[in-house]
Write a protein that binds this ligand. Structure first.
Ligand SMILES: [Cu+2]
Length: 176
């Protein structure tokens, strides 16, 4: 049986239904976004050595933990602290420790990669200003799967070996 009241009820129902759909899709977007933010890798430690005098280059060190199900790979780093930022490692060549640029660093599922003096480091080439102890700088680490992950780098002393301290050896002053 058709009546104006039934038609109005139907319209109200349709209106109500479409409102519910909008509300639902909004919630879904939020849910997906929230689930997407991590992607498995996170920076658990991030520090740099203060630079002496007018050093053009500096080095930053991060610890990356991957608690996801899949391996990931650090492929690039960007930031405004230096003109160019590269991923470097140290290799022993004919008895001499040399720095080498690497294209990327794998972070295995369930694994941790620790950058440290004498090993992997983020090379800050052409510093905009000296790195001062007690200061900080921001870098963005770019992973193959997780995408961009921000890292707030704490600047420690010139010879710092990490949060636990220790002795320093050499620096990056000879790097060209
Ligand atoms: Cu280097």
């Amino acid at each position: 049986m058709k009546s104006p009241i039934a038609a109005a009820a139907l319209l109200a129902a349709m209106f109500g239904f479409s409102t519910a759909v909008y509300g639902h899709s909004h919630k879904m977007k939020h849910g997906n976004h929230g689930a997407h933010t991590m992607g498995g890798v996170k920076v658990t430690s991030a520090w740099a050595r203060a630079t002496p005098g007018k050093a053009k280059n500096g080095a930053a060190y991060v610890t990356i933990a991957n608690d996801g199900q899949h391996k990931d790979r650090l492929v690039a780093v960007k930031g405004s602290a230096a003109k160019k930022i590269e991923i470097h490692t140290h290799l022993m060549e004919k008895g001499i420790m040399r720095m080498r640029r690497v294209e990327g660093v794998d972070v295995p599922a369930g694994g941790t990669v620790t950058f440290k003096p004498g090993g992997l480091h983020l090379m800050l080439m052409g510093l905009e200003e000296p790195l001062k102890k007690g200061g900080s700088l921001s870098l963005t680490l770019i992973f193959k799967k997780a995408g961009e992950v921000a890292a707030n780098i704490r600047i420690l002393s010139v010879g710092a070996m990490g949060a636990k301290g220790g002795h320093g050896h050499g620096g990056h002053s000879s790097h060209k």
